[in-house]
Design a protein. Structure first.
Lengths: 259, 244
């Protein structure tokens, strides 16, 4: 059965790539700066956040703007992908009602689209490293590892959200609050060290905490986290993906009655 | 002859909720009050059907008799509640033309997108792109966004894409009524060509002339049940007799 799924994925990979290209084109159509916004957006946010917070964490965090930028870039990738994935089934209702397409294509496509956007915003990160004269370490080349973990995690979560969103539209409103809260529960604008003992415990079950720290370790601190961290990351991401696939498969035949 | 489509005892039930519940609060309130009542609506009732390769099947019936539902069951959009549906081949569903068009994109972009929605490969689309454009006769409008198209123009592109690549089964739902007279004739010719090439076609139409002209076999559905299945003229005559 797994092989059959793989076969359909192969058959529809042209659709997958077409949809991603379509999303990219439509996102920037009729904006003068176009794709440059993927780079400008995180930079502008970085300036605002640094202006407000860098004084507060002056002693705990070196290079606050870069600290914020690396964390927020990865987190935004997750939040954008899962948000788009959540709406993906509802937004393709016209298509789902008329043509048979494996439905998991839609949330997966949105996550891959989010990944492409993430790669564009990495340009902003590199530019800022150069502007601040911060050394680009060789370990930076490993940036793709936490990025892939985040992608797999987002796919799993996105599938759950997209299925839930079909049945209960409340999920859409609820999730927008959850993402904001999650953003503050992850050390992005503040350093991990200022957290109290309880919150530190809490971080152990926050997958984004692991992915973000991993990302900063390889890009900023020239260190490679040990195998243990990799295993934790794999457990979080692959576990979520398997749960997402299972949940999606279980509910997908009823989508058409609710979209 | 080999059966390309086999439908055995297919039933399609819909839970017709008295009111549509799509938020959590109402859902829990209704569960707590045990008010979550469904009305069982049977859209298809024990339908049996076999279609052989190369046949042209017409489906007729009044509004709400289950014609579109059976097309959706065959094309895999709906999973039947009970029964077995076996399809041995690729399907081009023309249930509504232009499904999957994004009207913000240009016609050129949409042709590729629509082709991939139907499951065609990149190479197939590149090979027949020119034919599609020629058939639709819209060469001069290729690079404008499709939201500026008229509905007839959209239908032309949709029909051209869906029928360009040869599939085993073509499903046509009331679409021959779009476009001007000349284009309708062109569509009919193309369907005739496809049939000559061995494609199985399923047509839903309210125009009995069309059914008589094209079909080799007709299915008459009434309130989800098979009222009659057989030779085109016999079924069409009976259907007309019933109307009077």
């Amino acid at each position: 059965m797994l092989e059959a799924n793989f076969q359909t994925l192969k058959r529809y990979r042209y659709l997958l790539s077409n949809l991603i290209v379509k999303d990219i084109k439509l996102k920037y159509r009729r904006s003068i700066l176009g794709i440059l916004w993927s780079v400008l957006n995180p930079l502008l946010m970085m300036i605002v956040i640094s202006a407000v917070f860098s004084n507060i964490f002056k002693f705990q965090v070196e290079n606050f703007p870069l600290y914020y930028l690396t964390g927020s870039t990865l987190f935004n990738f997750m939040s954008e992908s899962t948000n788009l994935a959540m709406m993906s089934i509802l937004n393709s209702r016209e298509l789902i009602k008329k043509i048979y397409i494996p439905k998991y294509i839609f949330p997966i496509e949105k996550c891959l689209f989010g990944f492409v956007n993430f790669l564009f915003s990495l340009i902003a990160v590199v530019v800022m490293f150069i502007v601040f004269g911060y050394p680009l370490h060789l370990t930076s080349l490993l940036f793709f590892i936490p990025a892939i973990y985040t992608l797999i995690f987002s796919m799993g979560l996105g599938m759950v959200l997209s299925a839930l969103g079909v049945f209960f539209r409340d999920v859409i409103h609820l999730y927008s609050v959850v993402v904001v809260a999650w953003n503050y529960f992850t050390p992005i604008v503040y350093p991990y060290e200022i957290l109290g003992e309880k919150m530190k415990m809490f971080m152990q079950i926050n997958p984004m905490y692991y992915f973000v720290s991993y990302f900063r370790d390889v890009t900023m601190y020239n260190t490679v986290p040990g195998v243990k961290i990799d295993l934790i990351c794999i457990a979080f991401s692959v576990g979520t993906l398997i749960f997402g696939l299972w949940f999606f498969k279980k509910t997908q035949d009823r989508f058409i009655l609710y979209v | 002859m080999e059966n390309i489509i086999e439908i055995k005892d297919v039933e399609m039930h819909f839970n017709m909720c008295k009111e549509k519940i799509d938020n959590l609060k109402e859902y829990f309130i209704k569960i707590a009050k045990r008010q979550l009542m469904y009305e069982d609506f049977i859209a298809l009732d024990k339908v049996n059907l076999e279609v052989q390769r190369g046949e042209v099947l017409g489906i007729i019936g009044y509004n709400g008799s289950g014609k579109s539902t059976i097309l959706k069951v065959i094309s895999g959009i709906l999973k039947p509640t009970k029964g077995i549906v076996k399809v041995n081949g690729t399907i081009a569903p023309l249930i509504e033309l232009g499904a999957g068009f994004d009207l913000d994109l240009t016609a050129r972009e949409n042709i590729y997108l629509n082709g991939s929605v139907l499951g065609f490969s990149k190479k197939m689309m590149q090979d027949c792109f020119d034919d599609i454009v020629e058939f639709s006769e819209l060469k001069d409008f290729l690079d404008i966004p499709m939201k500026n198209y008229s509905s007839g123009m959209v239908a032309r592109i949709g029909f051209a894409v869906a029928t360009m690549v040869k599939t085993d089964i073509l499903i046509v739902d009331e679409i021959l009524s779009v476009g001007d007279f000349l284009f309708q004739q062109k569509c009919e010719n193309r369907i005739n060509n496809l049939m000559a090439g061995g494609t199985t076609v399923i047509i839903v139409s309210h125009t009995l002339d069309q059914i008589r002209r094209l079909c080799s076999k007709v299915l008459w559905l009434d309130k989800g049940k098979v009222k009659m299945l057989g030779d085109t003229n016999t079924v069409c005559d009976a259907y007309e007799g019933n109307l009077k």
